[in-house]
Design a protein around this ligand. Structure first.
Ligand code: HEM
Length: 213
């Protein structure tokens, strides 16, 4: 029998391809963006992860969602170091959530009391950061010369240990979710929406940097 983690990945891989193909990421990976343009992405991540990790902190004791609370993943300190590196000490005054980020944050907050909803957004971000995110980090290090300590710390998960082992454990927890088929389908729908909202954040960034160019 196919496991839920496989069903979920297969059902949403097309959405992954749309996210991966987003023009902003293509420009970023090809080294055509300034550090300030890269900072726009870091800033949007900052607001999204305040919401996601903020939701996690309220769910620690939840019998289902609590299995997907991992303090070793929390991104706020790493994102603050990255923003300070890119924008300097005054970084807080330089950043604001975009319209697409505000929509994503509102959705994360809206579904935080539904375990499948919280897990959907957590999975879409963190499994991505632990997978393709590692490739993105290596490229960004080559392009901008960032070292550990600020710049791309967002993609560094030193406290997690072996990433493949962690991802296997994560998939085992997905497989152990006490969800019937209906609830599984509902969560798959939310992962698709999470991909879409994250892709819209990237799409909006592309327009912002093109308009400024
Ligand atoms: C340059 C862009 C990207 C590349 C090259 C990339 C690449 C990959 C690769 C190779 C995997 C498979 C890893 C494995 O099976 O262990 C993966 C998994 C994943 N990625 Fe991406 N990715 C990118 C962008 C994104 C974005 C923007 C998101 C979300 C907004 C995302 C979310 C995910 C998720 C959730 C998984 C886990 C799928 C699963 O195993 O269930 N990725 N990515």
């Amino acid at each position: 029998m196919t496991s839920f983690s496989e069903i979920l990945k297969n059902a949403t891989w097309g959405d992954h391809e749309s996210a991966e193909d987003e023009s902003y990421l293509k420009e970023l990976m090809s080294g055509r963006l300034s550090e300030q343009d890269y900072g726009e992405l870091v800033a949007q991540h900052y607001f999204a992860y305040l919401a996601l990790d903020g939701a996690a902190k309220t769910l620690v004791d939840h019998p289902v969602a609590g299995r997907f609370v991992f303090p070793e993943l929390y991104r706020e300190p790493a994102l603050e170091r990255d923003l300070r590196t890119v924008y300097g000490a005054g970084w807080r005054d330089r950043i604001a959530p975009s319209k697409a980020t505000r929509t994503l944050v509102a959705r994360i907050e809206q579904v935080a009391d539904w375990p499948g909803g919280y897990i959907a957004h957590h999975y879409t971000r963190y499994m991505g950061d632990l997978s393709g995110g590692q490739f993105i980090r290596m490229e960004l290090q080559k392009i901008y010369g960032y070292q550990k300590g600020g710049g791309v710390d967002f993609y560094l998960f030193d406290e997690v240990g072996s990433l493949p082992r962690f991802k296997n454990e994560y998939r085992a927890r997905l497989d152990a979710l006490p969800f019937g088929e209906r609830e599984q389908q509902r969560m798959i729908g939310e992962v698709k929406l999470a991909y879409q909202l994250n892709t819209e954040v990237l799409g909006e960034l592309f327009h912002v940097i093109k308009a400024a160019a």
